[in-house]
Design a protein around this ligand. Sequence first.
Ligand SMILES: Nc1ncnc2c1ncn2[C@@H]1O[C@H](COP(=O)(O)OP(=O)(O)OP(=O)(O)O)[C@@H](O)[C@H]1O
Length: 246
Amino acid sequence: MRIAVTDLDLRYGDLLAAEKITFDVRPGEFVSLIGPSGCGKSSVLRALGGLQPPAGGEITVDGDRVRGPLPARIAYVFQDLALFPWRSARRNVEVPLELRGVPRRQRRARADELLAKVGLADAADQHPAQLSGGMRQRVAIARALASDAGILLLDEPFAALDEQTRLRLGAELLRLLEEEGKTVVFVTHSLQEAAYLSDRIVVLSPRPATVKEILTVPRPRPKIGSDEFHRLHARLTDLLFEVEPA
Ligand SMILES: Nc1ncnc2c1ncn2[C@@H]1O[C@H](COP(=O)(O)OP(=O)(O)OP(=O)(O)O)[C@@H](O)[C@H]1O
C-alpha cells in the first residue's frame, strides 16, 4: 500500500470531525473522497498531508507513519494554499524545482511545459492578481505537478471552473497523472467528477465523517453519458442522500 489510513479520528477541540476512518490507496491509484458538505473531507486530506495531527489511529505512507509534511513524497493543492503573489505564474510553478536545485534553464522549460499542459501557455508571465480564480487553481495544479512527489492530494482543484473546463481539465489531469505515475487522493463535491476520474471512491457519512462505503469504478472507466456511468452516479447519489436509520 502506498497510503494506509487506519481507524483515524480527527478533532478540533470538542468537535469530532472524523471517526475511525479506514481506507488505503495503492500505488498509481486515483481515490476520491466524497461526502456531505462539512462532513470532514478536507480534514482527512489535511491529515494525509501531515498538516492535521490524528486524535486517534494512524496514517502511513510507504509504511512510514505520517507525523508532519513529507514534501519529497506528498504534494498538495489545497483551496487555501495561496500562490506567491509577487511571483509570475511561471515562477510559482518553478518553486518545487528550485527547492530541488534544478538549474534555471531546465526549471523554466519544465514550468512552461506544465503551464501549457494546464492550458496556460499564454499566462506564464502574469502574476496571480492578474489571473481568474480558475486560472490560479490551474497554476497551483501545475506547481504540484512540478514536484516530483509521487503522491498528490487535491482538494476541489476545479471548484472555480465551469463544468466544461472541469471535464476538459479533468481528462487532461488523468492523462498527465498516468504519464507520470502519480498516486492521487482527491476531494470533490461533484459526483460526476468522482465517477469520471476515480479508480475507487470513498463515500463518507455526515460529520463526524465515517466511511460509509468504498466503491470500485470499473475499468476502463465508464464514459460520461453511458448507462454504466449513470448507474454509478445514481449509486453515489443514493449513498449520499440515504437517510440514516434512526
Ligand atoms: N481549523 C478548524 N478549526 C475548527 N473546526 C474546523 C477547522 N477546520 C474544519 N473544522 C470543522 O470540521 C468540520 C469538517 O470540516 P472540513 O472542512 O473537513 O469538511 P469538508 O467535508 O471538507 O467540508 P466542505 O465539503 O464544506 O468543504 C466542520 O464542522 C468544520 O467546521
